[in-house]
Design a protein around this ligand. Structure first.
Ligand SMILES: Nc1nc2c(ncn2[C@@H]2O[C@H](COP(=O)(O)OP(=O)(O)OP(=O)(O)O)[C@@H](O)[C@H]2O)c(=O)[nH]1
Ligand SMILES: [Mg+2]
Length: 418
């Protein structure tokens, strides 16, 4: 089965907590801070692997978790950082956020790495937190949580040449006679349900040929096997457009398939196309072939895939065309923004509740919140200072906060003091 889109949950490992302990020295009450920082959590990383051709492995690991970092140790030693968790994926893998509004990245090369869930940073121990003002803090930072997200992993078939055309015109038959691929061939439409790839050798050169499911009118609106497969077509550098001479009007077929390409993305019309008039072994269609030759604007080769007639001629023309063809620009659909730090939400968001209290949320705020050990007074004071330096006090005042108003930060509540 060909898997081309899958949803997976990925979890970066939590950073190890820092520790707050003191050095013990004889006759010295406080020997100074001695707590090490926590190690970083592991990240979940996808790696390109040219030996893989499907996403089937991911189907068996719906939740991918990286390991947490170790707690800080005594004697100022840092806890060990966790190893990253690597997942090998085929080239052409694209990763999106859950709703597909953001593209996290894409793997196109062997060995290329993409972090899909970053591990959390280790929390600082009390040695690292010591400052001029407070040389012996009795608190430490908690480790940051790792990134958790649901992602959509998508694979587009990477092929140089794509076979397109109506169902049953002989696309799979052609692939089967020019490569080692063994696609299913039958006389009913939609025999091919997923793309088949074959390596085609021509003289000293070779190219990857993709046999794609048949297209029909309004495929761009989802009819037949629809858009799911039009998107595979996008990446082919050239098309072999197979038309069946035994059908009523092969020229009309040619026009309609090109119209489908245009409706999906008009740039596809610019791509080199060779028209392959198939089934010349069946007599009585010579007139239709002549009409095609006269009317179409693309080069044409007539063959019998079944009898492998004139197939070599087609392969040489394909190779020549491929060599001259521009490489395909990877383009991101307009509605998909590339993932950047700016796409993250602001540091904090203030919402006024109906009862007049204030709710504070936001990614950066959450991070500072999670780092804080609220059982320690000093740590809480430090948290308050951090809020002030982020401009939260100022912003609250602007939103109309007054003395003794309630402010809520996740699970923590306090009174605003002007
Ligand atoms: N006579 C003749 N029959 C052919 C030729 N090429 C393919 N066929 C037949 O046409 C039918 C459809 O062939 P397929 O290769 O499965 O067609 P397809 O384009 O892959 O069809 P879908 O996968 O449904 O899109 C089969 O019965 C083939 O045997 C040919 O050159 N001559
Ligand atoms: Mg087929």
């Amino acid at each position: 089965m060909f898997v081309d889109e899958i949803s997976v949950e990925v979890y970066g490992g939590k950073g190890g907590d820092g520790v707050a302990i003191y050095r013990r020295e004889k006759y010295v009450e406080y020997g100074g801070p001695w707590g090490g920082s926590g190690g970083n959590g592991g990240s979940v990383i996808f790696v390109g692997d040219e030996g893989k051709s499907t996403l089937i492995d991911l189907r068996y690991m719906r939740h991918i978790k990286a390991k947490p970092g170790e707690r800080g140790r005594t004697k100022g030693q840092q806890g060990a950082s966790a190893d990253d968790t690597y997942v090998r994926v085929p080239l052409g893998t694209v990763v999106y956020t859950e709703d597909k509004s953001l593209k996290i990245g894409e793997i196109t090369k062997h060995g290329q790495e993409l972090i899909v869930a970053q591990g959390g940073k280790g929390g600082r121990g009390n040695i690292a937190l010591a400052t001029h003002r407070n040389p012996a803090p009795d608190y430490a930072e908690n480790g940051d949580p790792g990134v958790y997200r649901k992602i959509i992993v998508e694979l587009k078939v990477l092929a140089d040449v794509g076979l397109i055309g109506y169902p049953s015109v002989g696309k799979s038959t052609l692939l089967s006679v020019v490569s080692n691929a063994k696609p299913k061939i039958a006389e009913y439409p939609f025999t091919t349900l997923h793309p088949n790839l074959g390596m085609v050798e021509v003289g000293d050169s070779s190219f990857v040929l993709a046999d794609l499911p048949g297209l029909i009118e309004n495929a761009h609106q989802g009819l037949g096997l629809g858009i799911r497969f039009l998107k595979h077509i996008e990446r082919c550098r050239i098309f072999l457009h197979v038309v069946d001479l035994t059908r009523d009007d092969p020229y009309e077929d040619y026009i309609k398939i090109n119209h489908e390409l245009e409706m999906y993305d008009e740039a596809l019309l610019e791509r080199p196309q060779i028209v392959v008039a198939n089934k010349t072994d069946i007599p009585g269609n010579e007139e239709k072939l002549k009409v095609l030759e006269a009317k179409i604007k693309h080069p044409l080769v007539s063959i019998s895939a079944h009898q492998r007639k004139e197939v070599d001629k087609l392969l040489y023309l394909t190779l020549e065309t491929l060599k001259a063809a521009p490489s395909v620009e990877e383009k991101t659909p307009v509605y998909v923004k590339n993932y950047t730090l700016e796409s993250e939400e602001p540091d904090f968001i203030i919402t006024r509740q109906e009862d007049g209290s204030f709710d504070l949320t936001g990614n950066k705020l959450k991070l500072i919140f999670e780092r804080t050990d609220f059982t320690k007074d000093e740590a809480v004071k430090r948290f308050a200072r951090q809020l002030r330096s982020m401009g939260i006090d100022e912003a609250l005042r602007k939103e109309g906060a007054k003395n003794q108003d309630t402010v809520r930060i996740f699970t923590y509540e306090f009174e605003f003091i002007d």
